[in-house]
Design a binder for this molecule. Sequence first.
Ligand code: ZN
Length: 272
Amino acid sequence: MKQVFSILLLLMLASMIPNLLMAQIPADYPASYASKPRFKALIYFTTHAEGQHVDFAKQAITFFQKLKFGDGFILDTTQDLSLYPYEKLKEYQLLIMLDGSPNTDSERKVFEQYMENGGGWMGFHVSGYNDKTTNWPWFLQFLGGGVFYCNNWPPQPAKLVIDHPGHPVTQNLPATYIAPASEWYQWNPSPRKNKDVDVLISLSPDNYPFGIKDVIYSGDFPVVWTNKKYRMIYLNMGHGDDVLSDATQKLMIINAFKWVLSTDKKGNPFKK
Ligand code: ZN
């Protein structure tokens, strides 16, 4: 009995240690532990997509779910954007699109309103796809004006070049890295020609001729960029189950995730 009491006493004391530590935290303490979720993020994905796009989406959901371990933020997922009218969507500091974009007029209007009013967006691969049939001029300008032009096939690794060293998204990345296999899209005109676009990473010309069945021989090839008019980043990787297999690329994606969130006009959630 006495032993049980001692153990209980020890447990009680141990539970008080964090509180004691909190009370003594000096002003220059280097860490900030979240006492409540710092922000809300919403993932949109669809299973009505090319199989390898769904493969990526499933892996990416697991990837982002791991980032919220410890309840650092709230992460919701949906396959139906019609469930998120503007008043509900605006509660999220970040909307991540993994393998699709809004299709109906009403979903598109809500997305426009969200982005025009300070919403945050991180879009992968086919979620930024557009062509002559897309009929969404706003989305085209949002992405920087480039229309899908061509792609390599099959998916393969590629040498990427950091165009904007010193940007938070490229923090701690090497000057070049070999990205895991993906299908890569080239755009026309290149988003780099848009003065509002900041190209952060592009596919190196060293890759040319690039492809086996479908081969790309030349051309400017941005793969990660932001349109500075919005709180957004587009990342072209996102085809197949290899995209999240590389530490450098995962670091870049986490950098991108944190950067979009950190630019929230209501304040940087990591400095709360
Ligand atoms: Zn693809």
